[in-house]
Design a protein around this ligand. Structure first.
Ligand SMILES: [Cu+2]
Length: 157
């Protein structure tokens, strides 16, 4: 029985070898997918962490990410020390959002960022994952020495 279990483990290992060079540990569709305009603030999670700024960003997909169609999402920033139910923080300095495929070293077309001045959310549109696979959403805040970047990894089906 033990030998059977061992050989099964060896088989699993062997099966994984051909893809061993790919980055592992991607979690499917991180962030929240919701039909509503905005997530409940108290339920949001720290999807992207900016420790030097003491900020978290929550990412809410308006539509589940898929290849070659616009996969818009909303970003909201909040002070990590104050918790997810605290007020949204406006990013006064630079804010950049980029789609990037680490395994292949390429990006996609630039996304569009629109600030919702009422809610201080940021609506990100023209989010085009041009192929299926392991993507990251890279978010950069600040400029110069204050520049800080965080990434959310996802598998696009
Ligand atoms: Cu690619």
């Amino acid at each position: 029985m033990i030998r059977l279990a061992l050989s099964y483990a060896a088989l699993l290992l062997a099966l994984q070898l051909p893809t061993g060079c790919a980055k592992a540990d991607y979690v499917d569709l991180q962030g929240t997918v919701t039909d509503t305009e905005d997530a409940k603030p108290e339920a949001r999670s720290c999807d992207l962490r900016f420790p030097a700024h003491g900020l978290c960003a929550s990412l809410v997909w308006k539509k589940a990410p898929a290849k070659n169609v616009d996969s818009p999402f909303t970003l909201s920033f909040w002070k990590e020390a104050n918790g997810p139910a605290s007020a949204n923080v406006k990013i006064d300095d630079a804010l950049a959002v980029e789609l990037w495929m680490d395994s292949m070293g390429h990006g996609s077309a630039p996304v569009e960022i629109a600030e919702n001045t009422k809610t201080s959310n940021y609506d990100i549109t023209r989010v085009m994952f041009i192929m299926a696979g392991d993507w990251s959403v890279r978010v950069t805040i600040g400029s110069g020495a204050e520049k800080e970047r965080a990434a959310l990894y996802l598998l696009v089906p």
